[in-house]
Design a protein around this ligand. Structure first.
Ligand SMILES: Nc1ncnc2c1ncn2[C@@H]1O[C@H](COP(=O)(O)OP(=O)(O)OP(=O)(O)O)[C@@H](O)[C@H]1O
Length: 460
């Protein structure tokens, strides 16, 4: 996020605050990932081996030292919003927040007192993918994932208020995760309030004239829908904004001209007709015209068009198929939510619990970077988690580091398994076989670093 009226492309990066190997709380810094206006993000690992800790996380460090009291207050409020949203509206399409703490670093006065958010680590952002070129076959899936995240946020009563490619992260399995909820606001009635901050390229026309009240600027979910429209265009038009201009301020002027009806919407012909119509609806010039295009309604349109998209692409294999299976399950869950299956007054409440994704983790370092699916790096799924995890108790289906499996339930007390790093667990997850989703087998918890909340399985 950047000051709304500030020159956002001249912002200085904060100095590199924490060196590699630095211990922050229960975590050790591995490397610096990136920096935003108020924070630096680091990759980190647990200081000590623990079963309930992921092997890698991202630490978002927000220093407060040397700031004017109002700025420090803004950072505290921003961290509070992220923690609150993570606590109350967690979802597979939102980056997971593990914990937050205040860094005690008397040896480093500039970091002492910094607020640290410990997050699920993503592999890269949509911005990086846009810079590298988004593969054609991935484009629709990415937009659908963003839309799923937004639909969940809006249904939960929140507005993101800073949706942009830097804040759309990709998990190791390619899954979309919305992040950076430092400006997210909970709706009170039809709108919420945010500080006068944002990223110029993604602000709807009405934000350029919004009055600044005591609580900040008013925002509504339609502001996120506008940002989604810009992002759809960027994804299909090699990163180009639908609003021409050499700088964010010039593009902002084009947005205002369009909003006032003085210029039409120009979209790149590279954007396919279905996505162009969708983006045009997201980019309706006023809140009133945009309000009918909710994230749920956009998601339904995308789901209805999906078979056409599928027919146009080859049958996916391996990991891609697992990702699509997870996306399909996710769509089923979203439909169930939209249809009230999970609502408090629905009959059969709790009869259907959402599935979760697990990313397979192989503790053998030499296997983690291999993509050749070498048998020596494969891992087995057990037939019976109460019997020894030996070759005669595993299915013929093998899985590899980074594969994504779908699970619906766990067995907390199966036979203990110890991995190559000495991590021990009695927990097992019942997973769908990637090559035969109608069948299930068991993944020992030491073979993944994910710990989704799950119901217990009936005894096997
Ligand atoms: N959980 C994460 N895993 C991996 N990378 C991350 C994670 N969170 C953030 N990043 C990376 O770190 C960069 C900085 O993130 P941050 O949220 O601090 O700032 P920003 O969104 O770029 O800017 P601002 O918050 O000022 O708008 C991001 O661009 C993103 O690429």
């Amino acid at each position: 996020m950047t000051p709304l009226h500030g020159p956002d492309d001249t912002a200085e990066e904060p100095a590199d605050l924490l060196p590699c190997g630095y211990r922050a709380g229960e975590w050790v810094v591995v490397e610096r990932i990136g920096a935003g206006g108020w924070s630096t993000v680091y990759a980190a690992r647990p200081a000590e081996h623990a079963e309930d800790r992921p092997a890698e996380v991202a630490l978002k460090v927000m220093p407060t030292a040397g700031l004017a009291p109002r700025q420090a207050q803004r950072i505290v409020e921003s961290a509070h919003r992220e923690v609150e949203l993570g606590r109350r509206a967690g979802h597979p399409r939102l980056i997971g927040l593990l914990e937050s703490f205040v860094l005690r670093a008397p040896d480093r006065p500039s970091s002492d007192g910094a607020i640290v958010l410990v997050m699920e680590r993503a592999t890269r952002s949509l911005r990086e993918l846009l810079d590298a070129g988004v593969p054609e076959a991935e484009r629709g899936r990415l937009i659908e994932g963003i839309c799923e995240g937004l639909a969940h946020l809006h249904r939960s009563g929140w507005v993101h208020a800073d949706l942009k490619p830097e804040n759309i992260l990709l998990g190791r399995d390619g899954s979309v995760k919305l992040s950076d909820f430092g400006l997210a606001t909970e709706l009170t009635g039809t709108h919420g309030h945010v500080p006068p901050l944002g990223t110029l390229d993604y602000l709807p026309p009405e934000r350029w004239k919004a009055p600044l009240g005591a609580l900040g600027v008013q925002v509504r979910p339609s502001a996120d829908i506008w940002a989604l429209g810009v992002i759809i265009h960027e994804v299909f038009a090699s990163g180009a904004s639908p609003f021409a201009g050499a700088t964010p301020v010039a593009r902002g002027a084009a947005v205002q001209e369009y909003g006032e009806g003085r210029a039409p919407l120009h979209m790149d012909p590279a954007v396919p007709p279905f996505w162009r119509d969708l983006a045009a609806d997201c980019l309706a010039p006023t809140h009133e015209a945009r309000a009918g295009h909710t994230a749920d309604s956009l998601l339904a349109r995308i789901a209805a068009e999906r078979p056409t998209r599928r027919r146009g692409s080859a049958r996916p294999r391996g990991r891609a198929r697992a990702v699509l299976l997870a996306a399909a399950l996710c769509a089923v869950i979203l439909c169930a939510v939209a249809g009230g299956t999970l609502s408090g007054d629905a009959p059969g409440k709790d009869a259907f619990r959402p599935a979760a994704e697990l990313t397979v983790f192989n503790a053998e370092r030499g296997c983690q970077d291999r993509t050749d699916r070498d048998l020596g790096c494969s891992l087995g799924l057990a037939i019976d988690p109460t019997l020894p995890y030996t070759p005669d108790n595993v299915t013929p289906t093998r899985v590899w580091h980074g594969d994504v499996l779908t699970t619906e339930c766990q067995l907390p007390h199966g036979l203990p398994v110890v991995d190559e790093e000495g991590l021990r667990s009695t927990r097992w997850f019942r997973v769908r076989l990637p090559d035969d989703p109608a069948s299930a087998a068991w993944l020992p918890a030491v073979r993944t670093r994910d710990r989704p909340p799950l119901q217990n399985c009936p005894s096997p």
